[in-house]
Design a protein around this ligand. Structure first.
Ligand SMILES: Nc1nc2c(c(=O)[nH]1)N[C@H]1C(S)=C(S)[C@@H](COP(=O)(O)O)O[C@H]1N2
Ligand SMILES: [Mo]
Length: 349
């Protein structure tokens, strides 16, 4: 499928949603007290009262009506760009061994035609430089300085894969433990941060592509200077380099679903699924949505999400996932780390 085909298809889908949005926005006018009571007594939906969550969803529809494909975030001249602080370390606490990096891509049209096709992307084993975590928690406060990496220790597959010595046990136990270990494999456990495991976790035996970083960086280079906004109330103007997400989607296009339509959503997660985000496909087709390999003209550091992070100036920072390990096209609304903790799924600016 060519870039143009995808654009036309996404635009058609957006137009359908746009007409529906006006209908949704047209429903209104409930007395203030009734409204309050209704919210106070309403069941919870993803940790928010359902009507509030629904209101966020209506806002999202209206925002899409206004901004879809047209709204561009402002760009700045390079002299205004600053170093981005480090904020948020979920899924980054262990340093990834660069050679073990692969980008899993799932839901690609005729995936078998690509040399990077594998029968099960979930079987890929990321390797880590074993090191003590440098700081805990999410916020900037105790973050190490940009560029500082954890002290290197031995490179191992994972703790889970380390062979425990059971030789002092009776043979029957040794056998049982060996079998248990073999069945667990050498994979890191998933969903180790506060929000827990993603509901969008792939099933074992999910076919797809295992791309190397070069398969991404060979696409046309894209640079821009835009503002990064965190919902905590700070922002920074930053120079980004990488490739447009829409060029990536054109190169590795989504398969159409049974109804002959493009999938609605795109899901991304860090290796081993500790941090995860979801988008509408059309947000990923926005010309400023960027797969970033360099910030401030330098390769990404671990804490900024090496080797590949997302910058989407139309979204708050918490959607801009660092260290992307999976990009999956899907018709199911993807799970999202901060939505699990009560934040808005849409997170538009
Ligand atoms: N993997 C991962 N990506 C993440 C986060 C995180 O904790 N882990 N935090 C998000 C939030 S809330 C912000 S504000 C930005 C911070 O990016 P920075 O550390 O490069 O400033 O990353 C976003 N992406
Ligand atoms: Mo953030």
């Amino acid at each position: 499928m060519s870039d143009l085909d995808i654009n036309a298809e996404v635009k058609r889908a957006s137009a359908r949603r746009t007409r529906r949005s006006f209908l949704v926005a047209g429903v209104g006018a409930v007395g203030a007290f009734e409204f309050y009571r209704w919210i106070a007594n309403a069941p919870q939906k993803e940790l928010l009262a359902a009507p509030l969550r629904d209101a966020l969803e209506v806002n999202a529809k209206v925002a899409r009506t206004v901004f879809d494909e047209r709204g561009m975030a402002p760009t700045y001249s390079l002299e205004h760009a600053r170093e981005l602080r480090i904020n948020g370390q979920y899924g980054l606490k262990q340093e990834l061994v660069p050679e073990s990096y692969r980008l899993q891509v799932v839901g690609v049209d005729q995936a078998k035609r690509f040399p990077q096709y594998v029968d099960d992307v979930t079987a890929w084993n990321y390797k880590y430089v074993k090191a003590a975590s440098q700081y805990e928690g999410h916020d900037t406060k105790e973050a190490p300085k940009a560029g500082k990496t954890a002290p290197a220790a031995a490179t191992t597959d994972s703790d889970a894969g380390a062979q425990t010595d059971y030789s002092s046990l009776p043979p029957a136990f040794q056998k049982a433990f060996a079998a248990m270990q073999a069945s667990q494999g050498t994979k890191e456990p998933r969903g180790q941060e506060e929000a827990g495991e993603s509901d969008s976790t792939l099933d074992a035996n999910t076919p797809g592509l295992l791309l190397k970083l070069e398969d991404v960086t060979k696409l046309p280079r894209h640079e821009m200077v835009t503002q990064f906004k965190c919902i905590e109330g700070w922002s920074e103007i930053v120079q980004w380099s990488g490739v447009r997400l829409r060029d990536f989607i054109a190169a590795y296009p989504p398969a159409k679903n049974a109804q002959g339509k493009l999938p609605k959503y795109v899901y991304m997660e860090t290796p081993n699924g500790d941090y995860y985000v979801g988008f509408h496909l059309n947000e990923c087709m926005h010309p400023q949505s960027t797969l970033v390999t360099e910030m401030s003209g330098k390769p990404l550091t671990q804490w900024h999400g090496a080797p590949l992070r997302l910058h989407m100036p139309i979204k708050y920072g918490y959607k801009q996932i660092k260290r992307i390990g999976l990009i999956a096209y899907t018709d199911d609304k993807p799970d999202d780390y901060w939505t699990k903790l009560g934040y808005d799924w849409y997170a538009g600016i």
